[in-house]
Design a protein around this ligand. Structure first.
Ligand SMILES: [Zn+2]
Length: 263
């Protein structure tokens, strides 16, 4: 399988962009705008589902957007994602995210829904595939945001409109960060750069250095380590069992499952 982004789908928004934001103001689910229709046979769609329908006309009717706090997976919850696409029909959304990020986040997660629908196993079955999905998604989301005639209408209501420029720059940063993780992983695997040189480069960029001998690592392991360093996936706990990409999609609430990984 080739490593080009087109061949992979993906998963999450880096914490750098979507977590720890000072503008975390909205703590309540935003489904209050949904209008109840007593004559409707289908359940009313909440505000996030309605926005998803506007972003992807006639493609997301089967998709439910649920609060992040209802995701039982403790590994995923530890990262502080703005959203998490769990399956072909379920997106977990963090309602504490700033309102102006919502079109960006839902466009991004909608891309993952489409990727999952094309992927035989739905969710990515490796970190390598997950990173490929992210690369593709950040690129397409950034293209969409920078095409103002298409995307700006979703930012046209105050106070979101004032944040459009900020959104564009944050999107570009997220794309650059994801590209960097992929390029570092690929360069190391291919042998373009020796580990010593790479660590010097990583330090220069303010990126944590890698610790394992590259020649003994598989590409999957290199990708895992770089994604972990970039806070794109849960931190590996010292002395605990290594988790796989599939573990992030486990919906169990059994504490024993998470204890193996130190969560
Ligand atoms: Zn993603």
């Amino acid at each position: 399988m080739s490593d080009s982004p087109e061949n992979h789908p993906a998963v999450v928004l880096p914490k750098k962009v979507l977590g720890n934001n000072a503008a975390l103001t909205n703590t309540a689910p935003l489904n209050s705008t949904a209008q109840k229709n007593p004559n409707s046979k289908t359940p009313t769609r909440n505000a996030e589902e309605q926005l998803l329908d506007l972003l992807y006309p006639n493609q997301m009717q089967h998709v439910q957007v649920a609060p992040m706090r209802t995701n039982p997976n403790l590994l995923v919850k530890s990262v502080g994602y703005g959203a998490w696409t769990q399956s072909r029909k379920l997106i977990y959304y963090e309602y504490r995210m700033p309102e102006y990020l919502k079109p960006f986040i839902l466009f991004h997660e909608g891309m993952h829904i489409k990727q999952f629908m094309r992927n035989p196993g739905a969710q990515p079955n490796s970190f390598r595939q997950m990173l490929g999905f992210e690369l593709q998604t950040y690129k397409k989301t950034d293209d969409w945001i920078r095409n103002e005639s298409r995307s700006k209408s979703f930012y046209s209501n105050n106070p979101i409109a004032a944040k459009y420029g900020q959104m564009k720059s944050e999107s570009a940063s997220a794309l650059a960060a994801t590209n960097k993780v992929f390029l570092l992983s690929a360069a190391l695997k291919i042998g373009w750069v020796a580990k010593r040189q790479l660590n010097f480069l990583l330090k220069t960029l303010g990126h944590p250095t890698i610790s394992t001998a590259s020649s003994q690592m598989t590409f999957e392991q290199i990708v895992f380590q770089n994604m972990e360093n970039a806070q794109m996936i849960p931190a590996l706990k010292p002395g605990k069992q290594v988790y796989t990409a599939k573990d992030l999609y486990n919906q169990t609430s059994d504490p024993a499952f998470y204890e193996k990984f130190g969560y």
